[in-house]
Ligand binder design. Structure first.
Ligand code: AMP
Ligand code: ZN
Length: 114
């Protein structure tokens, strides 16, 4: 999508601090980290949010969790733990309309809602 900041990151039009990339998935450090480790994991396919998931997207969502597992181990937070958050829509507080998984860790995470 032309005006999507994450699509621009994927295309290299906006710089990012990449931690993982393959043909389908990109992971990069959040520009405004909420924890010592705050990485965004996104599909390269422009899926606006969880609401727009289509049949056939199951594979990429499953793969994203496998990459989160790999990154958590590489970042050394697999033993102490971490949190994965997907904000969706207005009430969910989603600000960037390209599906993204927040991987947060490196400290005791507060403000537990559920
Ligand atoms: P959300 O509120 O769930 O839509 O999360 C969007 C996240 O994207 C926020 O945590 C922002 O800090 C992050 N973000 C926005 N622009 C960039 C960027 N250019 N590079 C890295 N992270 C970004
Ligand atoms: Zn996009």
């Amino acid at each position: 999508m032309e005006d999507c900041v994450f699509c621009k990151i994927i295309k290299g039009e906006i710089p990012s601090d990449k931690v993982y990339e393959d043909e389908e998935i990109l992971a990069f450090k959040d520009i405004n980290p909420a924890a010592p480790i705050h990485i965004l994991v996104i599909p390269k396919k422009h899926i606006p949010s969880l609401v727009e998931l289509e049949q056939g997207d199951e594979e990429i969502i499953g793969k994203i969790y496998r990459i989160i597992n790999k990154i958590a181990k590489e970042q050394g937070i697999d033993n102490k733990g971490f949190r994965v958050i997907v904000n969706c829509g207005k009430d969910g507080g989603q600000e960037v309309n390209h599906l993204h998984f927040h991987l947060l860790g490196g400290k005791q995470l507060g403000e537990k809602i559920v």
